[in-house]
Design a protein around this ligand. Structure first.
Ligand code: GLN
Length: 188
């Protein structure tokens, strides 16, 4: 059985762990560099990227995760997308991104908490529409040459991939649909 980690510093860790268990993966919470060693893949959850950035620094996790991402799949949802990005705009407090995927991100791009919403997105790579929950969500403002756009909402890029790295602005872990997760797990 493959083990998949969920970065467990802050955010909706439990929901990701639960979805992984539903798909019969061994799911573990990642809190320190040593937790990465047995993993086949890592998920960086939604939450608050300012807090996550701070806790990544405190925990000495920046370099270990960058190193891990050279050889393993990493998925970032919402704040996790922000963390995976290369350049970040917006938000009141600075965030140091991991720089795993060549995208420029606008934080809170769809507005504040009151502007959170749920919609349905058609994702051609999945061959279907999925429910998508946006909570103070970022969007991808621009992409590098090696990045593929997987979904847009109102003409904003909200899902993309580059090799092993998959990011989405919304929260697949907050719905019953596991197809985004399955798409990611196929990278293992
Ligand atoms: N707006 C948050 C941030 O900038 C992300 C929100 C989320 O993950 N739902 O980190």
């Amino acid at each position: 059985m493959k083990t998949v980690g969920v970065l467990a510093l802050q955010g909706d860790v439990a929901e990701h762990l639960q979805q992984l268990q539903q798909r019969h993966f061994h799911a573990v919470a990642v809190k320190k560099p040593a937790d990465l060693t047995a993993l086949a893949a890592l998920i960086i959850p939604g939450g608050e990227s300012t807090a996550m950035s701070y806790l990544l620094q405190i925990g000495g996790l920046y370099e270990p995760i960058r190193e891990f991402a050279h050889h393993h799949p990493v998925m970032g949802t919402c704040a996790g997308l922000i963390m995976c990005g290369a350049r970040i705009e917006g938000g009141q407090h600075p965030v140091i991104p991991l720089g795993l995927i060549d995208i420029k991100v606008t934080r809170n791009g769809f507005g504040r908490q009151v502007d959170s919403f749920e919609t349905t997105l058609f994702i051609a790579a999945l061959g279907k529409s999925v429910p998508a929950v946006f909570i103070r969500a970022p969007f991808i403002e621009s992409i590098g040459d090696h990045v593929t756009v997987l979904a847009r909402y109102e003409n904003r890029i909200v899902m993309a991939e580059q090799g092993n790295i998959l990011v989405c602005s919304f929260h697949p872990e907050l719905t019953d649909d596991t197809s985004v997760l399955e798409y990611f797990l196929n990278k293992i």
